[in-house]
Unconditional design. Structure first.
Length: 529
């Protein structure tokens, strides 16, 4: 049996034997794919930590220009190998080759890498701060340890441990990465790691700047995150696994940044439904079923007030959910999990409007599912009704009046996003202004008249939220330069001689590019004495 190699300290290593192995699947057919991957023992992870520690020391001394050049080279390699990447990711995920993989996600991933390169080169991400009177200066610096990145199953490129946003941010901040592939697209990660390694060699970075393994035992995963040699963790995935990893990291003092479950509530106010209910039903159904509902920003809960426009909205949305075919889900266990969760909601008192069963076509499929529950019943069992349904499924909460709607919003658990739809003629303005502060306290990004499924890669984006939907309410997994500071250590230089200071903290601003806080004001100018 030929095992696929892992990347350790610049070398592709195939174990002579592995106690456990696994294969990926084609979600569209349900068939196992031919490649066989090893479950890495602790010895492999231990060696990665050893090599990663060496790489961290080297990268801390590496010019930002060299790191930026690596990221740009890697981005160019992704573009030149687009056909190969799209082919294998499509087989492993059943996501559409176009537009999803080729025209949307791969360009987004390339863009993230180039934005990270620009931020590393420019330097403002490090927030250089200078007090000339007291001769105290500070900035964010690399952690001096490797960052472990574990990506999810739903974004084979843009959140991949060997290419995605956490990877780009950690590298741009000057840290090496130990990437764990997601088993659902192990082959895609292998190609990405190969291209990244080629760029590492071409850029003459330390060989262990990127290391990659496919899988390990749960015990070894916890040991990896709880090892004092680990600098930080970036994790996107399930809530149960994420909280266990965070507990292990917290016990060792390792910063843990994760993105877990989110129901992303959407509030439809009465005037909006009366004004354009059919259009909003189509917009909601399209957002919920986009990518077979496998987005962390999928609108999993809709909140409304009982009236005739709401009844019409529900009828229109139900028809659209029922008419759309069941798409392929990413993993074999997902249909059964969705069936179990939707059945639990019915047991709690929800009414099934559409779907609720596994698909009948080949592959891993579940019907597009829509449920409804009254506001009073939701408030009685609010915890149970907010279990994430990671797929083309959503729950509509119909409140009796505005006061009950406000109480339902007040009972919502933290989410990445929250949306509010209101009438264009101003009829909902008073209610909107009452509800928006309640919703804003529970989310990282609040949207007006917009579904949450699009996440733009822009410095202003916040892809985070209150604990436990993410690990820290002050940080974001998308949006450079803010996402880079998760993987930085804030360091102060007190009364240092000028020649001993890092270049960006010296009186002369290197290249005049970085914004620096000098005596209370942001400027690109040199320190004037």
């Amino acid at each position: 049996m030929q095992l696929e190699p892992i990347l350790i300290s610049g070398h592709w290593t195939t174990p002579a034997e592995a106690p456990k192995t696994f294969t990926a699947f084609n979600p569209a057919t349900g068939e196992a794919l031919a490649a066989v991957y090893p479950v890495s023992p602790w010895q492999d992870l231990d060696e990665m930590l050893r090599a990663g520690t060496e790489a961290a020391a080297a990268l801390a001394r590496t010019p930002a220009e060299q790191i930026a050049a690596f990221l740009e080279d890697y981005a160019a390699r992704l573009e030149s190998h687009a056909d190969e990447l799209v082919r294998i990711a499509h087989i492993e995920t059943a996501l559409a080759e176009a537009p999803r993989l080729r025209d949307v996600e791969l360009p987004r991933t390339v863009n993230q890498l180039r934005q990270a390169a620009a931020a590393a080169r420019e330097g403002s991400w490090s927030m250089p701060t200078i007090d000339t009177k007291l001769n105290i200066r500070s900035r964010f610096e690399p952690l001096g340890k490797p960052v472990v990145v574990m990506g999810p199953n739903n974004f084979p490129y843009a959140f991949n441990g060997a290419a995605g946003g956490d990877f780009a941010a950690a590298i741009a901040a000057g840290n090496p990465v130990i990437a764990k592939a997601h088993p659902a697209h192990a082959g895609t990660t292998r190609v990405l790691a190969r291209l990244a390694h080629e760029a590492v060699v071409a850029s003459r970075l330390h060989p262990a700047t990127l290391q990659m393994f496919y899988r390990c035992s749960p015990q070894d995963g916890l040991r990896l995150l709880g090892d004092s040699r680990t600098g930080a963790m970036g994790f996107t995935g399930g809530k149960s696994t994420g909280l266990k990893l965070k507990a292990a990291a917290d016990a060792a003092g390792v910063p843990a940044y994760f993105e877990l479950g989110s129901v992303n509530p959407v509030v439809m106010l009465p005037g909006a439904l009366a004004e354009r209910g059919a259009a909003l039903a189509a917009e909601f159904a399209g957002s919920c079923m986009l990518g077979v509902g496998q987005f962390c920003t999928n609108p999993g809960i809709v909140l409304t007030i009982a009236d005739n426009p709401t009844t019409a909205f529900l009828a229109e949305a139900t028809a659209k959910f029922a008419a759309a075919p069941a798409g392929a889900l990413l993993a074999p266990d997902m249909p059964a999990a969705l069936k179990k969760t939707s059945a639990r909601l019915v047991e709690l008192g929800a009414r099934l409007l559409a779907g609720g069963s596994e698909g009948t076509e080949p592959g891993f499929r579940f019907q597009n599912t829509l449920l409804k529950v009254g506001g009073a019943r939701f408030l009685e069992h609010s915890d149970g009704f907010q279990e994430e349904m990671f797929g083309p499924c959503s729950l509509v909460i119909v409140a009796e009046d505005a006061d009950q709607l406000a109480r339902c919003i007040g009972a919502l658990e933290p989410s990445l996003t929250g949306s509010l739809y209101s009438a264009n003629d101003g009829k909902d303005d008073e209610l909107h202004d009452r509800l928006a502060p309640l919703l804003a306290k529970r989310v990282g990004r609040i949207l007006n008249d917009k579904m949450p499924t699009g996440v733009a890669v822009t410095p202003a984006m916040v892809h985070g939220g209150p604990y436990p939907t993410t690990g820290h309410p002050g940080f974001t997994a998308v949006g450079i330069p803010a996402s880079m500071r998760r993987f930085g250590a804030l360091r102060c230089y007190d009364n240092f001689r000028p020649a001993r200071l890092p270049a960006i903290l010296q009186d002369a601003n290197p290249g005049g590019r970085a914004w620096r806080m000098i005596d209370g004001g942001w400027t690109r100018a040199d320190v004037v004495r």
